[in-house]
Design a protein around this ligand. Structure first.
Ligand SMILES: NC(=O)N[C@@H](CC(=O)O)C(=O)O
Ligand SMILES: [Zn+2]
Ligand SMILES: [Zn+2]
Length: 428
């Protein structure tokens, strides 16, 4: 029997609420055995975490691990190490690899690599359509059997509304959530940045707010009609937030996520022409960021997810128009959440943790995200006071494409435990 006792921490488990306030937690054979005070250590390995916060292991439901096919950007090994350092014990990975994960064999292949190389739990998301081409449905039933937790054509919208309607119908039968990348390709055109003052002064091609919100509106109406679940990926505009808010009021089964960069940064940053400010959806206006924060506060936005999108240095080191969209996010997420949302009083720490644990677990239907007795001992220890500087060269992700280099942040994961095993510790 292996036993681990975490001593002196402050437990925050949103679904257990005040029941979980006591400071000690005993892990036996990879499961949570006991929460309480003055637990007998017996033969357990004792770890003193005086003053630190003990959270259910963080869950990121929007990660690009790039394997198979783009191993020069990231692999399951490097991506999950990056996740562990960021405090994430589980990640759901997007299928826009090469080949696109659209059948059972590919899901099985991914899971076997994850089992061999992954240091945190990896949950595959399957494609909605074959090759994410939007033409015919992928092998959804078979992929579900192989272990996918959701379906998404992320990177692309499903432009054909009838195809999306069909997918929603299917997803209901298999109890799978559809994660929608909302982007009207015709409206977005060859845009690279948010449409507004800064696209005008830089001369960079604009992406309108409507290119996102008309698709958010469409997905809500289709999900409502089908009685199916839809999760909106990387929400970024005030109109989108309001559409989700109104839909929730009428009982539509819609959830949504925001990335740390979309609640932290505005499109003003693009005046640097730094290609690490280029991502999809683009950085939006200050007004949009304010609406996002309002949506986080009132519960419209359920989940914080990174959309960790690694790209190699040489790929980003080109003219703005030619650079790929996307930035890495796993290792800066906790610091940005605490600095931008908790320290500024937009969310309580408990509310922020809910959006990183139980809420994402519920969106993809996995039995994770809480420290209840009997559950897997996936735990993140957070130092909420630690002030640190983001150093790009210290990222363990294979890619370094972040706009946050040099940022002073408060709060970070100091230990990450998966199934009772320490997979990251800041001491080492
Ligand atoms: N977010 C991005 O800018 N890029 C993502 C694709 C996506 O999430 O749509 C990628 O795969 O690089
Ligand atoms: Zn996307
Ligand atoms: Zn993505």
């Amino acid at each position: 029997m292996s036993k681990l006792l975490l001593k002196g921490g402050k437990i925050i488990d949103p679904i257990q609420g005040s029941k979980a306030k006591a400071g000690e937690i005993l892990i036996v054979d990879g499961k949570i055995a006991k929460l309480g005070e003055n637990l007998a250590a017996e033969d357990a390995q004792v770890i003193d975490i005086e003053g630190k916060v003990v959270s259910p292991g963080l869950i990121d439901i929007h990660v690009h691990l790039r394997e198979p096919g783009f191993e020069h950007k990231e692999t399951i090994e490097t991506g999950t190490k990056s996740a562990a350092k960021g405090g994430f014990t589980s990640v759901a990975c997007m299928p826009n690899t090469d080949p696109v994960i659209d059948n059972q064999t590919l899901v099985e292949g991914l899971l076997s690599i994850a089992k061999r190389d992954g240091v945190v739990n990896v949950y595959p998301i399957g494609a909605i359509t074959k090759g994410s081409q939007g033409k015919e449905l992928a092998e959804i039933a078979n992929m579900k059997e192989a272990g996918i937790v959701a379906i998404s054509d992320d990177g692309h919208p499903v432009m054909n509304a009838e195809m999306m309607r069909l997918a929603l119908d299917y997803s209901k039968d298999f109890d799978l959530t559809i994660v929608s990348h909302c982007e009207d390709k015709n409206l977005a055109g060859d845009g690279v940045v948010n449409q507004g003052y800064y696209s005008t002064i830089t001369g960079l091609n604009p992406i309108s707010s409507s290119s996102e919100s008309v698709m958010v509106g469409r997905e809500i109406l289709l999900a409502e009609e089908a009685g199916a679940k839809v999760h909106i990926a990387h929400i970024s505009t005030k109109e989108s937030v309001d559409l989700v808010r109104q839909a929730k009021k009428r009982g539509v089964k819609v959830t949504c996520e925001v990335t740390p960069h979309h609640f932290t940064l505005t499109d003003e940053l693009i005046t640097s022409f730094d290609t690490n400010t280029k991502m999809n959806p683009p950085l939006r206006s200050a007004e949009d960021v304010a609406a996002i924060k309002e949506g986080l506060k009132d519960g419209t936005i359920d989940v914080i997810a990174t959309d960790h999108a690694p790209h190699a240095e040489e790929e980003k080191d080109v003219e703005y128009n030619y650079a790929p969209f996307g930035i890495v996010g796993l290792e800066t997420a906790v610091g940005l959440v605490i600095t931008e949302l908790v320290e500024s009083g937009i969310l309580t720490l408990e509310e922020a943790i809910a959006k990183l644990t139980i809420n994402p677990a519920q969106v993809i239907g996995i039995d994770k995200g809480t420290l209840e007795v009997g559950k897997d001992a996936d735990i993140t220890i957070i130092d909420v006071d630690d002030k640190w500087e983001v150093k790009t060269e210290e990222l363990v992700s294979k890619s370094k494409n972040t706009p946050f280099g040099g940022y002073e942040l408060q709060g970070r994961a100091v230990m990450t435990i998966v199934g009772g095993k320490i997979v990251y510790s800041s001491d080492e």
